[in-house]
Every structure is written in structure tokens, then in C-alpha cells.
Ligand binder design. Structure first.
Ligand SMILES: Nc1nc2c(ncn2[C@@H]2O[C@H](COP(=O)(O)OP(=O)(O)OP(=O)(O)O)[C@@H](O)[C@H]2O)c(=O)[nH]1
Ligand SMILES: [Mg+2]
Length: 423
């Protein structure tokens, strides 16, 4: 899934090849067990996207794909409240309830709350010891009554203990049958939970949605914790199915250890999937620094316009960072450094020019002007001459493009951030 989605992003940001990118994304999502209808929808949206005038196509589509993926996986995240509360954990056999009780307890305790784990699984023989051990490991409070058969008794006694947060571990069943429903309702009526959380393993894939809906109808569920995200390729299906079922996913379990537990945030999750930790920031930057082709194409191409192009590239931050953010780690270090330095130099040179010089570059053939600008910008005369050569090359190219009416190509070039001087 990972490789494919990353690949799709590269195809989009590099060539704006929608058809190919969509195919890759769809394959990845289907493999991750995401609902076929959702996948088809995503493809339609991407292919039918109306790219607004003046916005580079590749960037627009990349952002669109990113937004759509986030939406499929649940959209905006809901922060889990860090307050005194009573929490009930539900789920089928082996879904990870007991482990999750300790993980969630640890998470809340780290945030300053006194946590009590309550052993209300009175069915499975080992359940009491398992939770007790986990509580000891994580240094959490623990309450249970060995040998007690009625979970309601356990919960009633537990509530007499002092704690900020009560986390009640309940017994699983192979299916959500009448017996389980009955038991959960009885526990609920004494506990009066603030949050009822359903624990679902990722390998359930799309079926997670059906299960979440059923539990919601029968006993009421406020949110889901998806466990075993580390082991299954079907995590995408589980997450998106919960989103469709309208149940928020608060956390994901990513391993057996108590710390293998993360707040679930669809945006962050997608970014990590793509191996692009800062995609949101990148998208923002790209939006801020967009150069409108009109600005460059209308009227005479002068040094002001040349500078605008440089600035647009520079304003996206250190070049190597930008390149990293879009997943291009294979660009040689030297080149990245050189281009960045060059842009900085060019910016200084531009700032040392007079308004008249910028609009009338022909006067810059005068050596005394070149000397003055080099002095003012802290660069060498050769640097200034190089700037002028690059400017002239770009100016010529712009003229040629304009004459040939290849506005499309020009826009593409601007969109890709390619300037002749970077060659
Ligand atoms: N890899 C991985 N394993 C997990 C995760 N969460 C739980 N497990 C493992 O899954 C198994 C079952 O976990 P439990 O916490 O006992 O599940 P349960 O829902 O309490 O099971 P029952 O009480 O029998 O219904 C254990 O071996 C856990 O270590 C996870 O996020 N990743
Ligand atoms: Mg258990």
C-alpha cells in the first residue's frame, strides 16, 4: 500500500499524470481493503478535477489527493479528552481489549491523571492476572476480585476506589450475541461510562464498519480503537469503514508493547503513509508561494519578473527540505546547496539594483553599475554578471515561448518550478 501511494504522489507531483497516479492509488487502497465504492469515487474526483486557472496542476492534484485520502480515513481528528472519566472497553475475542486498557491507562496517566484498571472480564480464566500484570508493568492502579463471577460486582466495588480515570476491561465473545449484549448493558448501568470504546483489530478490514455499527446500535459506542495496525495490510479498510459508519477512531495500536499506541489523526496518518512528514506544511507553502503565470507572461519580461520566479522558489523554504518533503531524496547534496546559495545571492543582487535598472536591464552593461551592485550585495562582479546572463537566458526563453504561443508549456514549466538557470 505504502509504496504504491507514495509512487502515485510522485507521479502526480512530477508529471501530473492523473491517469497513472489514480491507477496506483486505487490499487493501493483496494489492497488495503478500502471499500471499492470509495475508491471509485476518489478516482472520479481526481480525473474530473477542474484545476483553477493560475494554479499549477501537479500541486493542485497532489493536494486534492491528499485531502481525499484524509477524508476517506476519517477527516478531522477528535482529540481524546484528558479529564477524569469512566471508560468501558468492548470488543470481540482477542481484539486487544486488555492490552488496550493498559495502553490507554498509560497514555492518560502520562498526562497527569490517576488511573485505575478494572478487571471486569470474569469469563476468561487468565484475564484477571493478565490485566494485573500489565497494570504493574505500567505502574497503574488495578482493581479486581479473584474468583468473582459477576462483572457488575467488580465494577461496583471498583468505583469505591479513588481514581481520576476508571478503565473497565470487559470479556470478549466470538460474536456480538445476546449474552454479550446483556452483560455489557448491565455493566453500563452501574458504571455509567463517559466513553464506551470499541476495540477492533485492523485485520478485520472493511468488516470493522459493520461491527462498529452493530455495537453502536446494541449497546452504544462513542468511538473506536483500532489495534494491530502493525500487523495487517488491511488497516486502511478498518479505518475507512469506521469513518463511513460514523464512529470516530481515537487511537490505534501499533504493537504489543504498552507504548505502541498512538492518537489517531487521519491527516498525520496519511502524511506518514506517504513518508512525507510535513505534507500539510508543504501544501500551505506551495499555496502561499504560487506564481501566477499571468504575472510573468503579461507585458515585458524584466528583472522584476525574474526575481519573482526566484522568490517563489525560495519562499518554499530551504530547497533540500522542499525536495525531501516531496520525497525526492535522490537529488545530489551539492546541487541542492548550490542552487539555494545561488538563489540567496541572486536575491541580494536584485535588492542592490535601482528600480530603473530592474525595469531597464540594458543599462546594466555598464561596468560601474556592476561594480556598485556587487559591492552593495556583498557578491563579486562575476556573480552579478552571472545573474545577468541567467536573466537574459530566461528572458529569451520567455519571449520564444510567448511568440510560439505555447502558454501551456510555459505554465507547466512554472508549475514544476523549473527555471532555466537551475539546469
Ligand atoms: N501486534 C500487535 N499485537 C497486539 C496489539 N494489541 C494487542 N495485541 C496482541 O493481541 C493479543 C490479544 O490481546 P488482548 O489484549 O489479550 O485481547 P482481548 O481483547 O483482551 O482478548 P480477550 O480478553 O481474550 O477477548 C495479545 O497477544 C496482544 O499482545 C497491537 O496493537 N499490535
Ligand atoms: Mg482480555
Amino acid at each position: 500500500m505504502l509504496e504504491r501511494i507514495r509512487n502515485a504522489f510522485q507521479i502526480l507531483s512530477r508529471d501530473a499524470d492523473v491517469e497513472r497516479a489514480v491507477k496506483e492509488v486505487q490499487r493501493a487502497l483496494i489492497a488495503a481493503d478500502v471499500d471499492v465504492a470509495l475508491v471509485a469515487e476518489l478516482g472520479k474526483k481526481l480525473k474530473g478535477a477542474q484545476v483553477p486557472k493560475g494554479v499549477p496542476k501537479s500541486r493542485y492534484l497532489t493536494k486534492l489527493l491528499y485531502d481525499e485520502l484524509v477524508e476517506i480515513l476519517g477527516g478531522k481528528s477528535r482529540p481524546f479528552p484528558v479529564i477524569p472519566q469512566r471508560i468501558m472497553l468492548l470488543g470481540l475475542y482477542g481484539s486487544g481489549k486488555t492490552t488496550t486498557a493498559a495502553k490507554l491507562g498509560h497514555w492518560l496517566q502520562k498526562r497527569g491523571l490517576k488511573v485505575l484498571l478494572v478487571a471486569a472480564d470474569t469469563h476468561r480464566p487468565g484475564a484477571y492476572d493478565q490485566l494485573k500484570q500489565l497494570a504493574e508493568q505500567a505502574n497503574l492502579g488495578f482493581f479486581g476480585i479473584p474468583g468473582e463471577k459477576d462483572p457488575v460486582q467488580v465494577v461496583e466495588e471498583a468505583l469505591k476506589q479513588r481514581a481520576d480515570v476508571y478503565i473497565v476491561d470487559t470479556a470478549g465473545r466470538t460474536t456480538l450475541d445476546d449474552e454479550l449484549v446483556e452483560e455489557v448493558r448491565r455493566i453500563r448501568d452501574v458504571l455509567i461510562p463517559d466513553k464506551t470504546l470499541l476495540v477492533i483489530p485492523a485485520d478485520m478490514g472493511q468488516a470493522a464498519g459493520r461491527e462498529a455499527r452493530r455495537f453502536k446500535e446494541e449497546v452504544g459506542v462513542d468511538g473506536v480503537i483500532v489495534t494491530k495496525m502493525d500487523g495487517s495490510g488491511k488497516g486502511g479498510g478498518a479505518l475507512s469503514a469506521c469513518a463511513v459508519a460514523g464512529v470516530p477512531v481515537y487511537f490505534i495500536g501499533t504493537g504489543e508493547h504498552i507504548r505502541d499506541f498512538d492518537v489517531f489523526d487521519a491527516a498525520k496518518f496519511v502524511s506518514r503513509l506517504l513518508g512525507v512528514p510535513d505534507i500539510e506544511k508543504l501544501v500551505e507553502l506551495a499555496e502561499e508561494s504560487e506564481v501566477k503565470p499571468e504575472d510573468i507572461l503579461e507585458g515585458e519580461y524584466d528583472i522584476n519578473k525574474f526575481h519573482k520566479q526566484i522568490q517563489a522558489t525560495m519562499s518554499m523554504g530551504p530547497l533540500d527540505k522542499v525536495l525531501q518533503m516531496i520525497g525526492m531524496s535522490s537529488v545530489p547534496k551539492e546541487m541542492k546547496r548550490m542552487t539555494e546559495q545561488k538563489f540567496k545571492k541572486y536575491d541580494a543582487i536584485y535588492k542592490s539594483m535601482t528600480k530603473y535598472e530592474r525595469a531597464h536591464p540594458e543599462v546594466l552593461s555598464d561596468p560601474s553599475r556592476i561594480r556598485r551592485i556587487a559591492g552593495g550585495s556583498g557578491t563579486s562582479e562575476e556573480d552579478v554578471r552571472e545573474f545577468l546572463r541567467d536573466f537574459k537566458r530566461t528572458q529569451k526563453l520567455m519571449k520564444k515561448l510567448k511568440r510560439a504561443g505555447t502558454r501551456k508549456r510555459m505554465e507547466k514549466m512554472l508549475a514544476s518550478g523549473q527555471f532555466p538557470m537551475m539546469k
